[in-house]
Design a protein around this ligand. Structure first.
Ligand code: NDP
Length: 449
């Protein structure tokens, strides 16, 4: 199913496989970018001569460390944490931290690699990095989560700094954890360095609209893709996978733009609400009570919960995958297309498998890959850094308008680049090439470092 690689890129990919054994998600992310770059090397042979692609595929620095902590009963636990500082050609490393039992080096490297191009697409001065731990916050008490975050930061702080590396949240790591991490950073460095972490609370250096930014941005991107086809979200039926930070605010913006959202999920199952999702109830269950999404169906007569159900079997016009990587495969994509889905915008990172992407592209539906469609989160993190640097705090309306403008610009540059390189309407090609060119030019200018 995979597209054949250009003959100059095939040995580069083989080398990535050899040097990074067993890291399937990283291989997948690299391959997807390399598949787009053949025409770039024809137009810019200097990037091949300078081995820019080989350099981009090798992280500048990888940090792996032990995180020891005690649970409430006094038992000792040992977790492993990672920070992969991938590329700093455009600015300090920037990218979230993920807390999930599935985390290992291959996941962090795939996320860090994607982050390089995504951050470049925002047009803001941020390099790419990512981190996380195999710690599972589910079922842990507040105190256990705090102790874990403090132990992690006691090691990680020495690698961070507002001009060095600036983490944020991701799966399993939201504002509560950012608070504990920031508190410990402040304590061990004796510096109130607001710009060292983003996703902070509004009372202690956070930005308005950051919490909403990834989900809102994904929907702005979907709206732009539809506009390019003389269509709009208004009146469309939407489904959104997940019910975490990205999913909740994707649903909110989709509803604000006139769409009807009828389904969402968590890792246990899906809920379908024929009257439309009651977002206040989802927020109460997920953000306040931290319960399972199944609780929604207990509270709403119009909804049903399907344990282990596939959200992609629910008929829709627009699908927004906002949970996790490889959650939408070739068969799911076929089902979506056959049931009339006309657009997919990814709030999650790499949620669609290569086979799924192929189905969408063959069907000619509008498909916005995560590195473009979910870039609004990191873009607003960079706006949070701007506010921290100027000791200022912007209004919600202004910050959201900046976010919307950035998403429109990303859409336009992906659209135009795809056309320029012979793949009109292909946002994968557009995003990969636009991001790559920006980083490659900066790396060239900065010399062999
Ligand atoms: P959250 O932890 O807030 O929410 C994740 C949601 O996805 C939950 O509903 C969770 O269900 C579900 N989920 C997670 N893992 C799995 C799995 N293996 N199988 C099925 N469902 C799963 O994370 P975010 O909303 O922050 O992140 C979601 C996605 O968006 C990720 O891919 C992340 O990398 C990406 N992203 C996030 C950004 C941000 O600003 N937060 C920025 C850009 C991208 P459950 O609770 O049952 O685990």
């Amino acid at each position: 199913m995979a597209t054949k690689l250009d003959e100059k890129l095939e040995p580069i990919f083989r080398d990535v496989l050899r040097r990074n054994p067993g890291e399937d998600e990283f291989h997948q992310a690299v391959r997807e970018v390399l598949e787009s770059l053949g025409p770039v090397l024809v137009k810019y042979p200097e990037f091949a001569e300078q081995k820019i692609i080989q350099r981009i595929c090798e992280p500048e620095r990888q940090i792996i460390f032990r995180v020891p902590w005690q649970d409430d009963s006094g038992e000792t636990h040992i977790n492993r944490a990672f920070r992969v500082e991938f590329n700093s050609a455009l600015g300090p490393y920037k990218g979230g931290m993920r807390f999930h039992p599935s985390v290992y080096l291959g996941i962090i490297k795939f996320l860090g690699f994607e982050q390089i191009f995504k951050n470049a697409l925002t047009g803001l001065p941020i390099g790419g990095g990512k981190g996380g731990s195999d710690f599972d916050p589910k079922g842990r008490s507040e105190n256990e989560v705090m102790r874990f975050c403090q132990s992690l930061m006691t090691e990680l702080y020495r690698h961070l700094g507002e001009y060095t590396d600036v983490p944020a949240g991701d799966i399993g790591l939201g504002q509560r954890e950012i608070g504990y991490l920031f508190g410990q950073y402040k304590r061990v460095t004796n510096r109130y360095e607001s710009g060292v972490l983003t996703g902070k609370g509004l009372d202690w250096g956070g930005s308005r609209a950051r919490k909403e930014a990834t989900g809102y941005g994904t929907v702005f991107f979907a709206q732009e893709m539809l506009k390019a086809r003389s269509d709009a979200l208004d009146g469309k039926t939407c489904i959104v996978s997940g019910s975490g930070n990205v999913a909740i605010y994707a649903m909110e913006k989709a509803m604000q733009l006139g769409a009807r959202v009828i389904a969402c999920s968590d890792s246990g199952g899906i809920i379908v609400d024929k009257d439309g999702i009651d977002l206040d109830l989802v927020k109460q269950i997920k953000e306040v009570e931290r319960r399972r999404i199944s609780a929604y169906a207990e509270e709403r007569k119009s909804a049903r919960y399907i344990e282990d159900g596939s959200i992609w079997s629910v008929q829709c016009d627009v699908a927004l995958p906002c949970a996790t990587e490889n959650e939408l495969n070739g068969n799911d994509a076929k089902q979506l297309v056959s049931q009339g889905c006309i657009a997919v915008a990814e709030g999650a990172n790499m949620p669609t498998t290569p086979e799924g992407i192929h189905v969408f592209q063959e069907a000619g539906i509008a498909y916005g890959p995560g590195k473009a469609a979910n870039a609004g989160g990191v873009a607003t993190s960079a706006l949070e850094m701007q506010q921290n640097a100027s000791r200022d705090s912007w209004t919600f309306r202004y910050t959201e308008s900046r976010l919307e403008e950035i998403m429109k610009t990303i859409h336009t540059s992906c659209f135009e680049t795809a056309k320029e390189f012979g793949s009109p309407g292909n946002y994968v090609v557009g995003a990969n090439i636009t991001g790559f060119l920006k980083v490659a030019r900066a790396m060239t200018a900065l010399g062999l470092v």
